[in-house]
Design a protein around this ligand. Structure first.
Ligand SMILES: *[C@@H]1O[C@H](CO)[C@@H](O)[C@H](O)[C@H]1NC(C)=O
Ligand SMILES: *[C@@H]1O[C@H](CO)[C@@H](O)[C@H](O)[C@H]1NC(C)=O
Ligand SMILES: *[C@@H]1O[C@H](CO)[C@@H](O)[C@H](O)[C@H]1NC(C)=O
Ligand SMILES: *[C@@H]1O[C@H](CO)[C@@H](O)[C@H](O)[C@H]1NC(C)=O
Ligand SMILES: *[C@@H]1O[C@H](CO)[C@@H](O)[C@H](O)[C@H]1NC(C)=O
Ligand SMILES: CC(=O)N[C@H]1CO[C@H](CO)[C@@H](O)[C@@H]1O
Length: 404
């Protein structure tokens, strides 16, 4: 749980595998007709290469520009780039996530959340006809910022009673082979260069339709509709330095070398693994139990426990929206057409806390309730932080040893 995520990035599909290469003898026997065919093949390949070049240029202009903007000219002048290509840089060290074996609430499509909900202010639903609202989607969601104290009091509220467990709350189980959430974009990757610190912070925001709270003395507390969690990797000259794991109202930071990495596949040795806790989706660097009764002092056992395990592998980067963030204007620039409205929306991604007495809200337990309010989005998560931890006043320890 955490309080506070594209148009799909053009997929770089592998080409068709080439057919069998003609043997030496076949080449020798080729006639003029054979040569004409050969020329045609060469011309076709040249045309394909040209089109491919244009494809790549149009597919990632912003990324390339961002990279080059921050690169000293001599690096370019000497022609040997020590900066990994943007794709490698963005996709290779990106965190992979293991969802708990008993997870019931999977990553969810960001735009689906808008479809299954309607905006409400202080318990009163806004209506498309009365409030002159268009059909809301990830492109135009920010128009709600005109209402409810700049959007901050707007709650995307479920169209159905969530206590009846509508199926959209459970999200999408990632493909067990590829780790991709098909037809669900559940991740927003935000690139924020901070020249004054000589770093680039890359935020990986994960979206879930539902957060199931921890069970304390047999009572489930702190559930909410909508859940935004994140990791942040701080890069210096394209080299990862440290990583932040969001957990409940705060989280933990680790140095990049201390993190264990994927031990096979293309990201071997580079991609840090993190574990998403059952229900609450808090992010941890290790498997097992994590007690967070005392905030920021995670213990292996205790009273309020998150569970992580090597369950379903999810690769959030395979289906994500990418953005450049401009800290001086607080604006998101969608890369490859990623919709910006969802990022600029200042309201909540789920229902407002149900009042005591509401039939959906069980009696409070020592003052704690089952259903709390849905979280606000990425723009509200201290993107401008100076340290690896959010600038929320809680001391920042960057651990160089793994622990719960
Ligand atoms: C919300 O509604 C309640 C009850 O109708 C009212 O007392 C309260 O002032 C309202 N709050 C805001 C911020 O409008
Ligand atoms: C959102 O709706 C607007 C019309 O209000 C439309 O122009 C836009 O293409 C839609 N965006 C998406 C992502 O569907
Ligand atoms: C809403 O935004 C305007 C302009 O940025 C600001 O002056 C005002 O104080 C904000 N209101 C609230 C309730 O945050
Ligand atoms: C899962 O991914 C694999 C590899 O990308 C693919 O071959 C398979 O069809 C996918 N399965 C489903 C159910 O989409
Ligand atoms: C951020 O926006 C401002 C104002 O539009 C612009 O001057 C500045 O160059 C932008 N910064 C980046 C890093 O794009
Ligand atoms: C921190 C941690 O538990 N890392 C694990 C990441 O995954 C690799 C292989 O999948 C394990 O060997 C690590 O222990």
């Amino acid at each position: 749980m955490d309080i506070h995520e594209k148009e799909a990035l053009v997929e770089l599909e592998k080409g068709e595998s080439p057919g069998p290469v003609p043997s030496q003898e076949r080449w020798m026997l080729w006639t003029d007709t054979g040569l004409a065919i050969l020329y045609k093949i060469i011309l076709s390949i040249a045309a394909l290469l040209f089109l491919g070049h244009n494809f790549f240029c149009t597919a990632r202009p912003k990324l390339v520009t961002t990279q080059v903007d921050g690169v000293p000219q001599f690096v370019l002048d000497y022609g040997i780039s020590l900066i990994p290509s943007p794709w490698t840089w963005l996709t290779t060290p990106a965190p992979l996530t293991y969802l708990d074996t008993a997870e019931a609430y999977f990553p969810s499509d960001i735009s689906a959340q808008i479809t299954y909900t309607h905006p409400a202010i202080n318990g009163t639903s806004m209506h498309e006809d009365e409030d002159d609202l268009p059909t809301l989607n990830t492109t135009n969601l920010h128009i709600l910022n005109k209402y409810g104290d700049n959007g901050t009091n707007i709650y995307l509220t479920s169209n159905t009673d969530v206590t009846s467990s509508p199926s959209w709350l459970t999200g999408v189980v990632p493909n067990s082979t590829s780790g991709k959430t098909s037809h669900a974009i559940s991740c927003a990757i935000i690139i924020y260069p901070k020249p004054s610190l000589s770093v680039t912070d890359v935020f990986y925001f994960y979206f879930y339709a539902y957060n199931q709270g921890n069970t304390v003395l047999g009572r489930e507390l702190g559930d909410h509709i909508g859940d935004w969690e994140h990791n942040m990797i701080r890069f210096q000259d394209g080299v990862p330095q440290a990583m932040w794991f969001s957990q409940h109202s705060n989280g933990q930071a680790f140095t990049y070398p201390s993190l264990e990495k994927l031990n096979s596949g293309p990201g071997k040795g580079k991609r840090p693994i993190n574990y998403s806790a059952r229900g609450s989706h808090a992010n941890y660097a290790t498997t097992g139990k994590h007690d967070h009764t005392i905030p920021d002092l995670n213990l292996p056992n205790g009273f309020i426990i998150d569970y992580t395990s090597k369950g379903t592998l999810w690769d959030p980067v395979l289906n994500a929206y990418f953005y450049n963030y401009n800290g001086s204007t607080n604006t998101f620039e969608g890369i490859n057409g990623a919709p910006e409205g969802a990022m600029h929306f200042r309201g909540h991604w789920g229902d407002e806390q149900y009042p005591v007495g509401d039939p959906r809200q069980p009696e409070p337990f020592f003052g704690f309730v089952k259903y709390v309010s849905g979280p606000t989005g990425p723009q509200d998560k201290y993107l401008g932080r100076g340290n690896v931890c959010p600038g929320n006043g809680i001391p920042c320890f960057i651990r160089d040893r793994l622990g719960p």
